[in-house]
Design a protein around this ligand. Structure first.
Ligand SMILES: C[S@@+](CC[C@H](N)C(=O)[O-])C[C@H]1O[C@@H](n2cnc3c(N)ncnc32)[C@H](O)[C@@H]1O
Length: 248
């Protein structure tokens, strides 16, 4: 008797059998991240309760739907996150497979979420009401981009995660954000964790990149590293998420 025809067991579909036998790639599932959900709940509770949220470049991340009732997900849905829009739609969420540059909303949104979006802020912020909020991280430079455009965006505050990831703290303290450190001493003082991380990274990079020389004083190795990575001096303080307002 075939293993898929054992009496009393619900027969498995061909697709499920393929998965069980390891002959098919397991499709990624939607992700609901505790850390993001805590940040959105903190935003709703302490900053603003949005009526219409736009989340472009969402991939499989459905986290905002746990907090906000009206979220529009938009993803170009090619490359690494193929299938994400179908998954979001199957879960009953409002999702479009589209380049955000071609998206045309019926009405402007009042919160824009930008998390590792691989897109320029402006491609999405044009769909935001004046006075609307942007909740962004800086992994792809979106927060820095808005900070460089004070005529268009005002930095309102930040949201950071507690160590356990289930707690989020909203702060209006903007001190030292986007303020570059001047040297090694400032880096060690303001960002001790990042300083320790860099020391490790230099050693790993030297193993993997023959052209990279990790010998010498920290300042010199760091300058070589920034050159290879095309990075400027890091900020004295960074946040998990930055809250901006689109100026009226
Ligand atoms: C690095 S993933 C980030 C996914 C998710 N926001 C997260 O943080 O886990 C970037 C996503 O942006 C999408 N994307 C890239 N360019 C886009 C565009 N022009 N319009 C819409 N989505 C785009 C990709 O398909 C991919 O799903």
């Amino acid at each position: 008797m075939a293993d898929d025809k054992i009496p009393g067991l619900v027969p498995l579909s061909k697709a499920s059998l393929k998965l069980l036998r390891g002959t098919a790639r397991k499709e990624p599932e939607l992700c609901f991240a505790d850390e993001s959900i805590a940040a959105y709940a903190a935003f709703r509770g302490h900053v603003y309760n949005p009526q219409s949220v736009l989340y472009p470049s969402c991939g499989f991340d459905a986290s905002p739907a746990r907090v906000f009732p009206n979220v529009t997900f938009v993803d170009i849905d090619i490359g690494g996150n193929e299938g994400c829009v179908r998954k979001l739609q199957e879960a009953g969420l409002h999702a479009f497979r589209q380049d955000i540059r071609d998206y045309t909303p019926q009405e402007l949104h009042d919160l824009l979420i930008l998390l590792n979006p691989c897109i320029r802020t402006e491609w999405a912020s044009r769909h935001l009401k004046p006075g609307g909020y942007v909740l962004a991280n800086d992994y792809h430079g979106n927060a820095s981009e808005m900070h460089r455009q004070p005529e268009q965006f005002t930095l309102w505050g930040v949201i950071d995660s507690g160590r356990d990831g289930n707690r989020a703290v909203v702060s209006r303290n903007l001190e030292h954000l986007f303020e570059p450190v001047a040297n090694e001493e400032e880096l060690r003082t303001f960002r001790p964790d990042y300083y320790a991380f860099l020391n490790k990274i230099f050693r790993v990079m030297a193993m993997n990149t023959p052209d990279f020389n990790a010998d010498g004083p920290f300042e010199e190795v760091w300058a070589r590293y920034r050159g290879i990575m095309s990075e400027g001096m890091p900020s004295k303080r960074v946040a998990g998420r930055y809250i901006f307002i689109k100026n009226p």
